[in-house]
Design a protein around this ligand. Structure first.
Ligand code: ZN
Length: 110
């Protein structure tokens, strides 16, 4: 029966058809810039290479270099992981160390 052969051939043809080159939408496009907390990558692009951490228990303040941390790490996410070198408390409030900008030779101000 020729019709059966045709049918089988048709199935094979169909199964070899695949959509290619169709790109899935990039979910990271939105989270990169707009909403959300500042990341270390953002911070570095603005100048500071360290964060200013203040112990929530004793108020001890320390400048912590974050060169080893990935760019996508949100700055606030580091706070709960900071252990105070003074009292040992885990958890600090953190922010970019803007004071670093003052010592850096850059564009002269008008
Ligand atoms: Zn402390």
């Amino acid at each position: 029966m020729a019709s059966e052969e045709e049918h089988a051939a048709g199935r094979m043809y169909c199964s070899s058809m695949r959509p290619i080159g169709k790109k899935p939408p990039a979910p990271s496009a939105k989270t990169r810039e707009s909403a959300g907390p500042m990341t270390l990558g953002n911070m570095r692009s603005l100048g500071p290479r360290s964060i200013d951490a203040t112990c929530k228990a004793c108020g001890h303040r320390e400048i912590v270099n974050v060169d080893d941390w990935p760019d996508e790490e949100p700055v606030p996410a580091l706070g709960p992981r900071m252990r105070c070198s003074n009292c040992g408390h885990l958890g600090a409030s953190v922010r970019p160390d803007w004071t670093q900008l003052r010592g850096v030779p850059g564009k002269p101000r008008p």
